[in-house]
Design a protein around this ligand. Structure first.
Ligand code: PHE
Length: 443
């Protein structure tokens, strides 16, 4: 079946193009904005270890599963699940899993766009020299001023959503490949530069200790859930983003190796961001647990004080916006692909409609911090892990072994057996146990 089947939305031009796009999806605000602030809120090192473990044991096997399912089904996640369910002769209800993902992507993008809008506002602040020579307190005021201005936030939220939907309307293959090719290396270089600056703050070791020295007494059940949820969020898993990108993947590409590579790059970016930010936090007596504003209250201090900081500040926030854009596109692509596949509507109209709905919901985040917190908890901590749990069960227990084996085409049997064991038992059990733990089942 799959030998002849192609996606109606086109294909990536090569394996490298898929790697770029999937890395573009994975690396985003999750790495640079969210990872540092939730690490700060959850006590540092122990949280980081749980997150890394989740990436390795749950994230990578599920990324392999999603990519494989997408490539075999060749459609948006909802229709892919239908096709694969039929192929396996399983219960039709599995396609609701596709729905869960589409809704999750839509909910996430609503707040994601508002935060990306903050980054856009910071491009302008950097450009007009707002950081230069400012104290930590003055930098904090810049952020609280933005928070106090719904007009500014709505403006940037609008600009970001329009840009995202303009790219999605054109089809995600063309531009994305080119953009990510220069984006990722540049972002990496700038993060290294920030880490180098962090070394001069006098609190570098303190920052590293916070990030890497575990103190498990800091971990609550909710911290474990947040760490696990973040592994899904940062790798774009559990909602079909990677599945839909997998559906544009040509045959004959090694899915397993590719997934390890993408997860590795994603993790490296997050850790670098942490290594840049925490030394600045401690050097200036700021609160590690300051919340979603953390990067906006710390990194501008670095730009304001280093030589060439004006240029680097502008570059950094521009790159952050692009990183957010390449993630945002993948959040809404499953929904748009679904509309195009099921109704007589073209990509452009589908994008405008979806974009508008997302934009409206985003206003909730503009006007209410607690709305954002609830959305974030619902999506990242509950919907993505739940989606991932079912994706793992589907790939491990519903799909036929001969199909998964053919699709993954691993060179050696052991690799397949390891993947199959992780995805069938370990990943689902881990998600399930963390859920039980949070529900207080273990007392
Ligand atoms: N992985 C993206 C980030 O870290 C966010 C994302 C989540 C994108 C889920 C797609 C799907 O910023």
């Amino acid at each position: 079946m799959t030998d002849t089947k192609k996606s109606i939305h086109g294909e990536w031009s090569s394996r490298f193009a898929f790697i770029l796009a999937a890395t573009g999806s994975a690396v985003g605000l999750g790495n640079i904005w969210k990872f540092p602030y939730i690490t700060g809120e959850n006590g540092g090192g122990a949280f980081v270890i749980v997150y890394l473990l989740c990436v390795a044991v749950i994230g990578i096997p599920i990324m392999i599963a999603e990519t494989m399912m997408g490539r075999r089904g060749r459609q948006c996640p909802i229709n892919t699940l239908e096709t694969l369910t039929e192929e396996a002769g399983a219960n039709k209800n599995w396609h609701y899993l596709g729905w869960l993902g589409v809704v999750a992507g839509f909910l996430i993008l609503s707040y994601y766009s508002v935060i990306a809008g903050w980054a856009m506002a910071y491009v302008v602040k950097a450009f007009t020299g707002s950081f230069s020579g400012e104290s930590a307190a003055q930098i904090s005021t810049l952020f609280s001023d933005l928070q106090a201005s719904p007009v500014q936030q709505i403006f940037w939220h609008t600009v970001f959503m329009v840009t995202t939907m303009a790219v999605v309307a054109r089809g995600v293959q063309g531009g994305l490949e080119k953009a990510v090719r220069f984006l990722m290396p540049s972002l990496f270089v700038l993060l290294m530069l920030l880490v180098a600056y962090a070394m001069t703050t006098g609190a570098y070791m303190q920052g590293l200790e916070f990030l890497f020295k575990p103190d498990f007494s800091e971990m609550t059940g909710d911290s474990v859930l947040t760490a696990m949820g973040h592994a899904f969020f940062t790798l774009s898993l559990g909602m079909g983003a990677i599945m839909v990108y997998g559906s544009y993947l040509p045959k004959g590409v090694s899915i397993a190796k590719t997934s390890v590579l993408i997860a590795g790059a994603d993790t490296a970016v997050a850790l670098l961001a942490g290594m840049a930010i925490f030394p600045i936090v401690f050097a200036h007596g700021l609160e590690a647990s300051a919340g979603p504003g953390l990067i906006f209250q710390t990194l501008p201090i670095a730009f304001g004080n280093m030589s060439g900081g004006w240029l680097f500040g502008v570059l950094f926030f521009v790159l952050l916006v692009f990183a957010a854009l390449s993630s945002a596109i993948s959040l809404i692509e499953p929904a748009v692909a679904w509309v195009v596949e099921n109704y007589d509507v073209d990509r452009k109209k589908a994008s405008i409609g979806m974009g508008f709905l997302t934009w409206v919901l985003g206003l909730g985040t503009v006007f209410s911090g607690s709305f954002f917190e609830k959305m974030d908890y619902l999506t990242a901590n509950l919907m993505l892990p739940l989606g991932g749990l079912f994706i793992a069960l589907f790939a491990g227990h519903v799909m036929l072994q001969k199909h998964t084996q053919a699709e993954l085409a691993l060179d050696n049997e052991t690799e397949y057996v390891v993947w199959k064991f992780l995805v069938s038992y370990i990943a689902p059990a881990a998600v399930f146990l963390v859920f039980l733990h949070v529900l207080g089942v273990f007392g």
